[in-house]
Design a protein around this ligand. Sequence first.
Ligand code: BGC
Length: 863
Amino acid sequence: MPVSPPAASLLPGQREPVDERRWADLVKGLTLAEKVRLLTGATLWTLAEEPRLGLHPVVTSDGPQGVRGTGDVPGETGLLAPAPSATAATWDPALARRLGRLFAAEARRKNVDVVLAPLVNLQRTPVAGRHFECLSEDPLLSGVLGAALVQGIQEAGVAACLKHFVANDSETDRTRYRARIDPRTLREVYLAPFERIVAEAGPWSVMGAYSGLDDGTESAPVLEHRRILQGVLKDEWGFDGAVISDWAATQTTAPAANAGLDLVMPGPDGPWGAALVDAVERGEVDEAVIDDKILRLMRLAARVGKLTRPWAPGEQAPPPPPATTEPPPAGETDFTALREVLTRGTVLLRNERDLLPLDAARLGSVALIGPNAVEPYLQGGGSAYVPAVRTVGYAEGLRAALPDTVTLSVHRGGSSRRHAPFIDPARLTGLRAAFLAPDGTRVGEEIRATGNWGFFPVPDGVRDVVLTGRITLAEPGTHTLEFGCAGRFTVALDRNVVHSGEDDRGVDLILDSSHNHPTTHRHTVRVGTTPRELYLRIDLRVVDGEGYGRFVTAHVRHAPPGPTAEDEIAEAVRAARAADVAVVVIGTNEEIESEGWDRPDLELGDRQHRLVRAVAAANPRTVVVVNAGAPVLLPWADQVPALLWHWLPGQEAGHALADVVLGHAEPSGRLPWTLPARAEDVPVPHAIPVDGVIDYREGLHTGHRAYDSAGIEPAFPFGHGLGWTTWSYARAEAPEPSVPVPPSCPAGGDGPRVTVTLANTGPRAGREIVQVYLEPPAADGDPVRVLAGFAVTDVAAGETATVTVTVPWRSFHTWDEAAGRWRPRTGRHRLRIGRSSGDLRLSVDLDILPGTTGTGHTPRPVA
Ligand code: BGC
């Protein structure tokens, strides 16, 4: 059943409660078709306008590495933050909240009302394509940081869109699979971050996932899953915002409308429209259901300042209220903020004999080495992409921070790429695209000397695009040409077909990222003493991407004869040997980490391993920096003196690395996931659906819990991270060693407290993340311990600090499916306190007694 809206509520910037009953009267003035029109987006990013409701167009944009904007402003750029896992690695909700405010300001600058972020799916498997976009493998850490991000975004009057509800934790076949999850695991693990964020931060919108859910009671695409959308999210949790479909995810009319989906995106076409009007007229969908959706959209619009008094046809629309604060143009202050998020999130995994930080005054030369030193991977691929306002590479950042007297040399040490780079435009002659109508007549053309015709938009009325031109290969030796296209196509060289495809899937080619990363074909060409010229022709059938538009994709790549990887590694090793310090930056790239597909494994490639080993053998002062969002295997991790995890760092990469390496800032990150030592140790090594189902059979044993339960030692445990100082944990106390547990327990932060006294025993000020893990009374099959709380503390050298960590009541409850409620768990619980899940230094017992009163919850004030 639809929830009736609260009669009156306070919206941001408003002192008087808004009387939503007035809205219902306005809605009555619309016909059914006029109402239904509003339930599908007007464009790719914008919601529909309705003067009679006072509804102005609400504009959405991706998240979560920044705010991309709608593409309406040619050449628009923006702030590019570190990937979300780096934010999670700060374990610092206050910092996450500041980042949320920065996103809101960026949204305001770009006239965006809804930021499609944060993403709080869990990192169930390390190979998940969108791992870098997620916060953590842990539900509590994801929930706490996610709530802070939502609060930061929304306190500036911009809506967050919490995504992807729920259990869309991997990409393989993402629009079709069903995640089969037992009810207790679903509640305690995958729903947990969403529930906490809804309770604590009240997001104004939630995005329903592409994938499906089988919770034992109902098996359906999430967007048609009545029990989870209407039942859990709306009725049970009281979510009063709008449920928005993931882009092009809605497959049905009445089932999705009745399940609780409020808005189909993108528009203007889609499965609702006239079909939904018919479904209401046939009695399959109650008109009250439609009205509830409109009220939710009006509430969203009101919250972002896009609901005014109604206006008449032909009348000038009343201007929406000005935003509470007009953000200044993005600039140095924002750059500094992003740099701080990154240094605070950078994880110092290893630092033998205090190699780091380097003393710049005692350095003569630095050799900066590695494929990612030359070409840093700043952001993950897919919808999170933001064209950055500026980027600071590693060489640039180090050069700016090092004294002029220090020599900095840069060496790639071999490519880590699987694909050749895009062909140099200078090798192309007369490359043009001819646009053909269905009858074959030529209706236009575009001339561009580029090998990148990826996601190339095509006007209506064009059915085929034919690329023709000449390629010149001059240097003697073996050249490699590589072609990648999407859909139905042929590639011919000198009139011989060398590659072809027949994929007619349409929009699915966009959703599975075939356009970003088409499968490629390699072709080698021997060139002798005379240059060769090849005639290229690529025939492409236009792909209909529905709301996304119409596209063709053709990539023309080329590798000339040149030094081998071995030659480059040898050159880098010589440079390392001659330098005072070698800094080796290795990692992933856009071929590897992206939305749209999962990785096959956690490999970095043999070349990068050989490079690291050879450089570390050549120079004992070698610092290895991993530029990757998700775990990769580092088989040499315990053989290199210093090891930093630098994430997908965003625009301030080089400055932030220099800050850390030269000791201007402490790398105070802690891993928000577990780094496995060996492929065979990974609890969930992949997520390939079997007969359309992904079985979450590991149940509650996810991430670090699985390692602890199985007694497997990872390369670095969840929560691990060093810094510039050392810590001694002195005491932990529970002020009330036995406490009655409230019998019922909404999500949220309240619960018993534990105080921890610790001392900074090192020579420098430092930041510590005090972590509290809960070991419940042994019960068959339960994880041995779960993260139950944490606190950040900054302590001066030699000083002692006492921090208080709250363990939420929810940690003392388990989900009882038969009763349909949370059930308190009584008995002796042990709290283990330390620096990481693998370095637990103190413990304190807590007796949980049966309680008879209270909900354990301080209600959130209506915002
Ligand atoms: C992604 C969403 C994103 C949307 C709009 C989808 O493919 O799954 O996360 O917000 O596209 O770009």
